[in-house]
Write a protein that binds this ligand. Structure first.
Ligand code: GLC
Length: 423
């Protein structure tokens, strides 16, 4: 199935790990897997999860201000606690927390009203389901997948009937998500604990697409995903096909009150432009408190990124990956028609900004946002090897606080020299 064009055009999404782990501010699911808390202590957080100030419309407004075009909310993480009143299993916030209601419907409606794509995160694995630790991955890539008591059966003794029940439970939950909330994107996770065959990935993807053929699926559907999901670091080479980097604003996916290591707006602009410059989307993660509010430090950062995007939207939306590394020292994007290059300069340019290997003649260079035109010239070059395009550095008043973008209008479609020079 071809990738939905909205996805590759979206550039920015917001990732929300919202769940009972915000009550004590511990790591989502992992805190009891790793033994930092007992399962009982972890589940005690159910009693403190109120969603008392949950306002998905305010979320949607904020995400739109940030320049995002979609969001992804944890419908159910590895801890098995569903954010909706599922008819499957027993663990959900409607039944077992003071929140006492479905949290997904309001989210999906609010995003749609604001024109944002609706994404739901769902973990295949469920460390709290009685039937989960019933089979063993035949080709594990991590050791504890075959030894951890929450994942593998004791002594490796499998119970195939229990596994069948688990798969039926997962399929029915995913079915509910598709039927009730019609997500544009299903963002799976937890796939590493079983094989593709054990997960019945083909059957699951067929069921989802039969009910909602336009649903985008991430790579954690293994062979049945539509796009790659690098995590927490910009890849050095762009993955093949569409992709999305998921990245936390601080160091945690969910709300952790001890984590104040928030990335600056400048740094977020870097990650964002490096990602879109290589043709990816950025899925930026914030962690709401148990009451549903997003911490002010994270709101400020989303708004700061949104302000930068607002001043430079021409270089963001409707663009594709820019120059490969080496042509310009920084990321770049290219207008979809191939006729304008957008060079991102993180540091204040001194004297000149150079572009190497540009075969297409340049019509005009200006600073995006201020419109200041910049003198430029091509120096050197021999036969088929183009010279270097030197653009005069912008004046101080045209330099952006986070990152300056130079728009290089070309006489035709971008044509690059990629060779080693004359013998
Ligand atoms: C990892 C973590 C998980 C988090 C996810 C986001 O898979 O296990 O906690 O939800 O990354 O990509």
């Amino acid at each position: 199935m071809p990738m939905q064009p909205w996805f590759t055009d979206a550039k920015l999404g917001i990732f929300l790990h919202y769940g009972i782990y915000a009550v004590d501010g511990v790591a989502e699911s992992w805190s009891f897997y790793d033994g930092q808390l007992s399962r009982e202590e972890y589940l005690r957080q159910l009693n403190g999860f109120t969603a008392s100030r949950y306002d998905p419309r305010a979320w949607a407004e904020l995400f739109a201000r940030a320049g995002a075009r979609y969001a992804v909310l944890t419908a159910r993480h590895h801890d098995g606690v569903a954010l909706w009143d599922t008819e499957q299993g027993d663990l959900n916030v409607a039944k077992h927390t003071p929140a006492g209601r479905d949290l997904l419907a309001g989210y999906a409606d609010a995003l749609r009203e604001r024109g944002l794509g609706v994404g739901l995160y769902y973990s295949h694995s469920d460390w709290n389901h009685p039937d989960y630790a019933s089979v063993v991955h035949p080709r594990p890539t991590k050791e504890d997948v075959t030894t951890h008591p929450l994942v593998a059966p004791e002594g490796g003794v499998e119970d195939p009937a229990a596994w069948e029940r688990f798969v039926a439970y997962r399929d029915a939950q995913v079915g509910e998500l598709v039927e009730r909330y019609r997500p544009d994107l299903l963002w799976f996770d937890g796939e590493w604990e079983r094989s593709e065959e054990q997960w019945r990935m083909r059957e699951l993807s067929e069921k989802i697409l039969a009910a909602a053929p336009d649903t985008v699926l991430n790579a954690r559907m293994l062979s049945y995903g539509d796009y790659a999901t690098p995590e927490q670091g910009v890849p050095l080479l762009a993955p093949d096909g569409p992709w999305e980097l998921c990245l936390t604003v601080n160091d945690s996916w969910g709300f952790q009150h001890r984590d104040h290591n928030q990335k600056s707006v400048r740094l977020l602009v870097r990650y964002f432009t490096e990602t879109i410059g290589m043709g990816g989307n950025l899925l930026l993660a914030v962690g709401p408190r148990e009451d549903g509010t997003i911490p002010a430090e994270q709101v400020e950062r989303l708004e700061g990124l949104g302000d930068w995007i607002g001043r430079h939207s021409e270089a963001v939306y409707g663009t594709v990956a820019g120059l490969p590394a080496g042509h310009h020292y920084g990321p770049s994007t290219l207008a979809a028609d191939g006729r304008t290059l957008y060079l991102v300069c993180f540091d204040v340019p001194r004297e000149s900004v150079g572009v190497r290997g540009l075969r297409t003649p340049v019509k005009r260079v200006s600073v995006l946002g201020t419109g200041a035109e910049l003198p430029h010239r091509t120096v050197g070059g021999l036969e088929e090897v183009p010279g270097v395009l030197w653009i005069d550095a912008p004046r101080a008043e045209d330099v952006d606080e986070q990152a300056t973008v130079l728009a290089v209008e070309l006489e035709g479609e971008l044509d690059l020299y990629r060779g080693v020079g004359r013998d």
